[in-house]
Design a protein around this ligand. Structure first.
Ligand code: SF4
Length: 308
């Protein structure tokens, strides 16, 4: 029988990548907003099993240009270089081999090990920054401070890896909106990631965040407050050679049964003004109907979106 351990999650831009599950679950598994691996105890898969899946993936995608390693933090694996070398050997057309990684893991691996992982074939890491605000990170139980995010991000870049930071819009709630926007820009400016990808926070059913919200310790922002937060964040960015993307449906806004905002995207700093202009004009257009604008959070709460 043809069995293959498909990872349950991957970044949207890895949709056409060959997906290889090197480990299952998340070794941290404590972030209050995340429900991805709550019922799964983290464990690395055996190198032999992973290699068998790589062989099967080669049959399915012999000319794959990109390979993504799952689940959430496979770089903690002792033999990750063996797996990467095998991917490199079996996927000769792959221009990109990427993985999720926690900033704290990058920091712990240090320059020598990261250089060895890079030589073995990894080209990019996807890192959940979520926020650069210390209080927000602590509230989210992210397990890293802003300074550790900076150090982990820089460690990846120093090792020659491309870095994709994920920012969680709405993470500070109404209480920390400004600090979340400004401090997140500060962390991005200090690291200068190659990519900044925006995700909007959804309070998922069954998440620890839902309990915090119900207890009044987290107040979600409205759709237009989220736009103002993005505007403040982008205004404070001074990064260069960086691509900003909003490649997720959670960033959309709806009004009158139509998508009226698809998120912003562009190169920084070249398209910073252009992106800010889109935000200003969207805010201006929607301000008269502010109470009727819907975001993914509201649609999720109303049952129109079930999985994200
Ligand atoms: S957000 Fe990432 S690091 Fe946090 S629990 Fe979920 S998978 Fe783990």
């Amino acid at each position: 029988m043809f069995s293959y351990d498909f990872p349950p999650y991957r970044p949207p831009n890895e949709a056409s990548s060959a997906l290889i599950r090197a480990s299952r679950g998340c070794p941290w598994n404590k972030c209050v907003f995340c429900t991805m691996y709550k019922t799964l105890k983290f464990h690395p898969r055996s190198v032999e099993d992973v290699k068998q899946d790589i062989d099967k993936a080669v049959q399915m995608f012999p000319r794959a240009r990109a390979v993504f390693l799952a689940d959430s933090d496979s770089l903690v694996m002792k033999h990750i270089e063996d797996i990467l070398q095998y991917i490199r050997q079996r996927f000769p057309h792959a221009e990109r081999i990427t993985s999720y990684a926690r900033a704290k893991t990058l920091l712990k691996l240090g320059p020598t090990r990261l250089a060895s992982i890079k030589v073995a074939g990894l080209t990019r890491v996807h890192v959940g920054l979520e926020s650069g605000d210390a209080e927000t990170l602590a509230f989210l139980q992210k397990g890293a401070t802003p300074e550790e995010m900076i150090a982990g991000g820089k460690a990846a870049k120093d090792a020659g890896l491309e870095l994709s930071f994920y920012l969680l819009i709405g993470a500070g709630g109404r209480q920390r909106l400004r600090q979340h926007a400004v401090e997140s820009a500060r962390v991005c400016n200090a690291v200068n990631p190659d990519f900044i990808r925006l995700r909007t926070l959804i309070v998922q059913h069954g998440s620890l965040l839902e309990a915090q919200r119900n207890a009044g310790r987290y107040t979600p922002t409205s759709p237009l407050e989220k736009l103002r937060e993005v505007q403040m964040f982008v205004k404070h960015l001074t990064v260069h050679d960086c691509e900003l993307a909003s490649d997720h449906l959670t960033n959309y806004l709806w009004w009158n049964h139509q998508v009226v905002y698809h998120g912003i995207a562009g190169n920084l700093p070249e398209q910073q003004r252009e992106m800010l202009a889109v935000l200003s004009s969207t805010l201006e257009t929607l301000s008269d109907v502010e109470d009727e604008v819907l975001d993914a959070t509201l649609l999720y709460d109303q049952g129109y979106i079930s999985s994200l």
